[in-house]
Ligand binder design. Sequence first.
Ligand SMILES: Cc1ncc(COP(=O)(O)O)c(C=O)c1O
Length: 372
Amino acid sequence: MAKFAAKLGEIDLSGIRKLFEAAGSDAINLGLGQPDFETPRHVREAAKRAIDAGFTGYTHGKGILKLREAIRQKFLRNNGFEVGVEDIIVTSGASEALHIALEALINPGDGVLIPDPGFVSYFTLTKIAGGIPKSLKLDENFRLDPDTLAEEIQPNDRVLILNSPSNPTGKVQNRADIRAYTEIAKDYGLTIISDEVYEELIYEGSHVSPASFTEDVVTINAVSKTYSMTGWRLGYMGAPPDYIEEMLKVHQYIQACASSISQFAALEALTGPQDCVSSMRDEFKARRDLLVGGLNRLGFEFPIPEGAFYLFLKVEDEMAFVSKLLENGVVTTPGSSFGRNGRGYVRLSYATSGADIERALKIIEEVWVRDR
Ligand SMILES: Cc1ncc(COP(=O)(O)O)c(C=O)c1O
């Protein structure tokens, strides 16, 4: 008899982690999926105050009321939809929110439609929930064409995952397309899970939440990327009451509640001064421009990323590119880590300093471009 669950047989530990482990400590890291800034000081101070004031016990399962109120207002102000404080769950990062949403929605064998290339967790969490991940092909500009979506839907499909701005492509889907996805989802009875963790990191275009058009949406966000708080493990989700009731069952038993200290930090992040967000955004934009300009000068052509902090680059031989650069001290991520349609690409993260981006460009020129 097998010792471990068969569903895990198909799951590999993240390819991205493996690459980090193979790289030396002085490597230039274009593999990172997190901002390289410190968490803003006022947020750190709020966490210290919470510890000193003794806010170190379990909280309400859905999260402290003040934080849920701040999230409610944020959804209304920035995302154009209304939920009550009861319709919000604070989670351990967006990761937990994705997990409990899929656990609550999927029966064994149900299909989950996932833009491919897409964030690696969507495929894996779908399998853990017993569902079947189904790749949605993107066009050459990484746009999900609404007609492609409509053509791909099968009777057993239950969920559509959207992620704009996207990891790994940096694509920001436009308002008309988002509206079209919501209409299609409605016609076919699909629930949308909208992962909006890169909402504040947009350089071209603007953010549109599917929940501003339709009801059957689980909207997921986090303070992780917006406030450089990945290690605090603090995310949140808003959805109609019947969804929340079911997702809370999973949350209550796998997590109880999100970290009390991180909840106070997140409250300060969401309600305190927001200039830290715009200065991080400005810095990412400057780095994006540096990387885009450098790669163009080396003769690469690619859709210019509009958001997040990734550039998805087509290369002749993905694994040769990744290993050649790794041998020369630059970490990148193979596109195939993000689904089968990511094959033939590499993801370059610009969550690293401008000086490192320039050094990396030089190395790409020396060990890749000159050899071709
Ligand atoms: C698209 C996307 N969603 C969710 C997450 C996970 O976010 P968190 O750290 O809040 O769990 C990431 C992290 O890389 C991501 O890129």
